[in-house]
Design a protein around this ligand. Structure first.
Ligand code: DC
Length: 235
């Protein structure tokens, strides 16, 4: 049991789609009393707004239109005590559930490859981290958003395990998706995230890899605290 208070550091959690980054990042934040920010939710929120405002039709993204819409999009996180987590809002509307649909998942990689989208969201993320004491998860947190983060994790898991987890999550919410559809989406997003020109998904040189294919969140937490207690408590 730790007695001292954690230092106000920045913890960057990057990695592949659906490998439990947000679940684990949220658990770390709760354990240390830090703020948690899911940056994937921000890219999803822009994608949903683009879908709702005619900038994506039949899966085709009209890049110029998306860029024009950016000025009118305001994103905020508000803590929801019922969920014990923050919900995301776009221009005052709570969109926490709507950003998780397969329709949004299928377009989000394309939206997140647009330079202007990344510039806007990265600037917001850096501003959120100014007070430190934050755990942020995404694809480019340790490489671009906070290259000086004190702790960098790179999470991965077997694609079949990841697809199964996302499938169970969506089915539990009543989404009528097929496992095959999810598996295809996970693999396609990995490829798109790793090969895009701007800020591709890659492991920062100083990141520590965590493969959680066969680990519970409790096991991951025990590993994390053991591995990083020196940095967290400044011992
Ligand atoms: O973490 P997620 O699956 O909810 O993220 C959705 C998409 O957003 C993902 O396919 C890639 C993109 N993304 C990104 O490009 N950079 C980030 N920092 C976070 C997410």
């Amino acid at each position: 049991m730790e007695c001292s208070k954690p230092k106000k550091i920045i913890i960057a959690v990057d990695g592949f789609s659906s490998c439990g980054k947000s679940t684990f990042a949220k658990a770390i934040a709760a354990r240390l009393g830090f703020i948690f920010i899911d940056t994937g939710a921000m890219y999803r929120a822009v994608t949903l707004y683009a879908l709702d405002h005619g900038a994506i039709r039949s899966g085709i993204v009209e890049e110029e239109k998306v860029i024009r819409l950016l000025d009118e999009i305001s994103i905020a996180f508000r803590f929801n005590p019922e969920r014990g987590a923050s919900d995301i809002y776009v221009n005052g509307d709570r969109v926490e559930e709507r950003i998780r649909t397969i329709e949004v998942s299928n377009c989000v990689s394309r939206i997140s490859s647009i330079r202007e989208v990344r510039e806007k969201l990265v600037a917001m993320q850096q501003e959120m981290g100014r007070q430190r004491g934050i755990v942020m998860d995404g694809r480019d947190i340790g490489t671009v958003v906070f290259p000086d983060a004190e702790i960098k994790l790179f999470m991965t898991a077997d694609p079949a395990v990841r697809a199964r987890r996302r499938y169970d999550e969506l089915r539990a919410k009543g989404d009528n998706v097929s496992l095959q559809e999810i598996e295809e989406n996970v693999i396609a997003r990995d490829k798109a995230d790793m090969t895009r020109k701007i800020s591709p998904l890659r492991q920062a040189e100083d990141a520590v890899v965590l493969d959680n294919s066969h680990m519970t969140v409790e096991q991951q937490m025990a590993w994390f605290m053991e591995h990083f207690k020196g940095i967290i408590y400044g011992e």
